[in-house]
Design a binder for this molecule. Structure first.
Ligand SMILES: *Cc1c(COP(=O)(O)O)cnc(C)c1O
Length: 351
């Protein structure tokens, strides 16, 4: 049987393998010089004063919330159309999540809906840039509430030529296997506020402290960091490759009877996902793609309001029912891209 084209896949080369092996051979496996180097390079890439790496995007969100002193009795606004990592991080602190609906065009948090949910207790807004496309961050910043930018899917994306990660009081990243760049598992918090970053550095590790308070073991290892350094050096080509594939999809699929992702002049996304929207019942399309050797997925497994059994998020409901994410990643070959285009064109024949 033909091997199916996976929905997503990390891009790993021989340099990655060699340098990771060298760290292992060196015997210095935990957080050390490679972590420090990765942090420096990450901060420089984003254009901020500092970066602190941690063990995951979830850990980054958790420490960002704690550093803003968010606790029980506080409220944090977040979109419903996002993974449970955000719900978990807020719940770790004891604060209450206030869910808002999203925009139909791009699945990003709706500024209009955010305004309706702000109360005296609102201490932060978590703003993810979904599928690699920047959210309406300029308008959100104007609301005057601390913003945690969630750049887990969008490293390298720009809005009016400014990179995401520059807008939040704190901004977080994930380097999970299938994100824009990977360290296996991993994450980071970046900021221009060095005192907030120092607090995050303090909270991520427990050893050699003079006082006692609850701290965590959220460190990244040098094994991961060296992979991150290599991947960051290749990010520009990763993004270029993704944009090239997206441009091919846009061109070849423009006459089909499903919706394509929006493109905008002022926002340059990084094409983390390529999401098409179909009219009725996507499950038969998933089956069709699978039969044809292409693994497609819902870009978001389940919106948060469904887990929390809340009603009244019509846009997120619609996106959940209509969205299909087709494969897009730097290691797709041109014949794989051609095959994805051909089979996606065939969707209109599926009954
Ligand atoms: C992946 C992701 C996270 C969580 O990151 P982990 O490294 O898996 O903990 C958080 N927010 C968004 C938007 C993500 O895509």
């Amino acid at each position: 049987m033909k091997i199916a084209i996976p929905h997503s896949k990390p891009t790993i080369d021989s340099t990655d393998v060699k340098t990771v092996a060298a760290v292992i051979k060196s015997g210095y496996l935990t957080q050390g010089v490679k972590v420090a180097e990765f942090e420096k390079k990450l901060a420089r890439y984003i254009g901020v004063r500092g970066a602190v790496t941690v063990s995951s995007g979830t850990a980054a969100l958790h420490l960002a919330l704690l550093t803003l002193e968010i606790k029980k009795g506080d409220e944090v606004i977040a979109p419903t159309y996002v993974c449970t990592a955000i719900l978990n991080a807020i719940n770790y602190t004891g604060a209450r999540i206030r869910l808002v609906d999203v925009n139909p065009e791009d699945g990003n948090i709706s500024v209009k809906e955010v305004k309706k949910k702000i109360t005296r207790k609102t201490k932060a807004i978590i703003v993810p840039h979904m599928f690699g496309m920047p959210a309406d961050i300029y308008e959100l910043v104007k609301l005057g509430i601390p913003i945690i930018e969630d750049c887990a899917q969008a490293i390298g994306a720009t809005y009016k030529n400014k990179k995401v990660g520059n807008f939040g009081v704190l901004s977080i990243f994930s380097f999970y296997a299938t994100k824009m760049l990977t360290t296996g598992e991993g994450g980071a918090v970046v900021s221009n506020n060095l005192s907030l970053l120092n607090k995050i550095k303090d909270l991520r590790e427990y050893d050699h402290k003079n006082d006692y308070q609850i701290r965590f073991n959220y460190k990244m290892t040098d094994i991961q960091a060296v992979l991150g350094i290599n991947q960051l050096a290749k990010l520009k080509t990763f993004i270029a490759k993704r944009r090239k594939i997206a441009a091919q999809y846009n061109k070849e699929l423009s006459h089909c009877d499903f919706e394509l992702p929006v493109t905008r002049k002022d926002k340059k996304g990084v094409c983390f996902r390529y999401v098409i929207k179909v009219k009725r019942g996507q499950s038969r399309y998933f089956k069709y793609f699978k039969r044809e050797g292409i693994i497609c997925a819902r870009p978001l497994y389940k919106p948060l309001h469904r887990y929390l059994r809340l009603k009244g998020f019509p846009v997120a409901e619609r996106l959940t029912k209509e969205s299909i994410s087709i494969p897009i990643y730097p290691s797709l070959t041109s014949s794989q891209v051609a095959s994805i285009i051909q089979k996606t064109k065939g969707l209109s024949q599926v009954r």
